[in-house]
Design a protein around this ligand. Structure first.
Ligand code: FAD
Ligand code: SF4
Length: 510
């Protein structure tokens, strides 16, 4: 029976059971489409990376003897729409069966479910064979829960998959070494040079230009530096184990003007395209740790494993538990718009300049830059979560809605009213100073709340707490901050609020 199997751009899993045998009756289809390049304005490197990885994947399948239909972005036969492309192939090739891998995005999942319900041939949906948890398992875990704490989910995952466990107890005696993951990097712990792949992508770049796809950010290096092949992703993982794991936990939250990546793995792009699986990552890291445990502390390893089997899988669970409603939540009723400097990095606030420039140059910022610099600023200035989502979904090379949305709207913007975070991730300049060297190169004074040279984060912070009293004052974890706010002199508070108002209304002056 003639079968058509669809592979989406983030389903490049060469280890999927689909590819175990070669079957002449099976044709695989991959499409570069305006439907995918235009639903948000993406970073130029993101579009390059997706197309380059997809083209390599199609070549890999062909070299293994599989039959592949590949539509490049400018191909005449490409209708630029998933359903139209599929319909045409099904009709022209007299396809009798259509199969696809469950998309991780709600948008595509709905499109394909609707498409299949209108088809009069057999259809089947397969697992991505990438995550630790299936969508059905996630639904079971979250069903009927009043609280959705990541820590509970994470412990469950550790037990279920016997990861860093000794019997039923956590290895090393603690579930979580988060408290030891909060060091400032002062330059005394050397960071080895980054691993770059220098993939040649000029053909892809030309095609993107010819198609006049609107993008954001820069592509200064002219070679694509993230992994686009499984072997490259495995190389990157090996490099992480050998050079970066040793201090991953220590400096997980640190930020520094000279270091764009610090000890972070930069594996998210390869993982989110499914070039390597969560299991590949976890098993490799644990094997390396077992062989080198005299040099590497468990806190480094646990810190990393928590991100992969904890946060990553948990975010996916939350996405599927609450979509599609989640995408329109705005509990704090924020309405402002993102300032222009989010697209240029042209701001006097050094912390924002560093985080945004890293994002524009590399399609990358590490977690704390995303959460405590750009996210913090967006929340303190009360930007509408739709605006914040669109920026995050566009700018990061690893941004796919299933993982971007819960991180941004939930964890960072508290727009879900606390489903993911137990309190808003907001801070004044003191936290930023504690974790980085940004403030020493900034024209603002990190300790001042008012006055021309006062750090904008300080007035914004207290103004935010005051503005959001109705939604936040009863939050147990905010009690201490509200008791400080309540003790604040009224004249001082009104000066602070005046200052914050000016910043919110004139962001590009700062
Ligand atoms: P490392 O620090 O080396 O971490 C290892 C791996 O753990 C990552 O590759 C990633 O797969 C996983 N991971 C770590 N934290 C998270 C998390 N909170 N959620 C899911 N996975 C996690 N991650 C994305 O993959 N795509 C996104 O679109 C995305 N948007 C974000 C938006 C905001 C506002 C915030 C605060 C975080 C976001 N994250 C997102 C999570 C995290 O910032 C990135 O996964 C990480 O920075 C990727 O860099 P890395 O590979 O060097 O990660
Ligand atoms: Fe950012 Fe304020 Fe520090 Fe400047 S002083 S880097 S604006 S936190």
């Amino acid at each position: 029976m003639k079968t058509l199997r669809l592979i989406l751009g983030d389903q490049l899993n060469s280890k999927h059971s689909w590819f175990r045998t070669v079957d002449d009756e099976v044709t695989y289809a991959l499409f570069e489409m305006r439907q995918e390049t235009d639903y948000v304005r993406h970073h130029i490197q993101k579009v390059i990376g997706f197309f380059a990885a997809m083209r390599h994947f199609a070549e890999h399948l062909t070299s293994r003897g599989h039959q592949v239909i590949y539509y490049k972005i400018n191909d005449d036969k490409n209708d630029q729409d998933l359903v139209e492309n599929l319909k045409k192939i099904i009709s022209e090739k007299s396809i009798k069966r259509f199969e696809y891998i469950a998309p991780d995005e709600y948008r595509l999942d709905k499109q394909l479910t609707d498409f299949c319900s209108n088809l009069d041939i057999e259809t089947e949906c397969y697992s991505a064979e990438h995550f630790y948890t299936t969508r059905a398992e996630l639904a079971m875990f979250f069903k009927g829960k009043k609280q959705y704490l990541m820590e509970n989910f994470y412990r469950d995952m550790r037990r279920k998959h016997d990861i860093l466990m000794v019997g039923d107890q956590p290895e090393g005696g603690k579930w979580n070494y988060d408290k030891s993951n909060r060091n400032k990097w002062k330059g005394d712990t050397p960071i080895p040079p980054y691993k770059y792949f220098q993939n040649q992508v000029s053909e892809v770049v030309n095609d993107i230009e010819k198609a006049q796809i609107k993008t954001l950010g820069h592509f200064k290096t002219k070679t694509f530096n993230y992994p686009i092949l499984r072997d490259q992703a495995l190389d990157q993982l090996k490099y992480f184990c050998e050079h970066l794991l040793i201090h991953f936990g220590d400096y997980q939250d640190a930020m520094h003007t000279d270091q764009e990546f610090l000890f972070h793995s930069r594996l998210s792009f390869a993982m989110n395209l499914k070039l390597i699986s969560a299991q590949d990552v976890v098993k490799t890291v644990l094997n390396y740790y077992r062989k080198n445990s005299e040099n590497i502390d468990i806190s480094q390893v646990e810190g990393f494993i928590r991100q992969v089997i904890g946060w990553r899988e948990y975010m996916r669970g939350m996405y599927w538990a609450f979509m599609p409603e989640y995408k329109s939540l705005n509990t704090l009723e924020n309405t402002n718009t993102l300032p222009e400097f989010f697209w240029t990095g042209d701001t006097k606030m050094n912390c924002l300049k560093q985080a945004i420039t890293n994002s524009l140059d590399n399609g990358y910022a590490h977690h704390i830059q995303r959460l405590m610099i750009t996210g913090n600023y967006a929340l303190l200035t009360q930007i509408h979560p739709d605006e914040v989502d669109a920026w995050y979904l566009g700018i990061y090379i690893d941004a796919i809605e299933w993982v971007q949305l819960p991180n941004t709207r939930g964890m960072s913007q508290f727009a879900d009213g606390g489903k993911i975070a137990t309190k808003p991730y907001v801070s004044s300049g003191s936290y930023i100073h504690k974790m980085s060297n940004y403030c020493s190169g900034c024209q603002y004074n990190k300790t001042k709340k008012t006055g021309k040279d006062a750090c904008p984060f300080n007035s914004l912070y207290w103004n935010f707490l005051d503005d959001k009293r109705p939604q936040l004052e009863s939050n147990f974890r905010m009690k201490m901050m509200y008791s400080l706010l309540n003790k604040m002199d009224q004249k001082q508070l009104s000066e602070i609020k005046e200052k914050a108002k000016h910043i919110i209304e004139n962001p590009n002056e700062y």
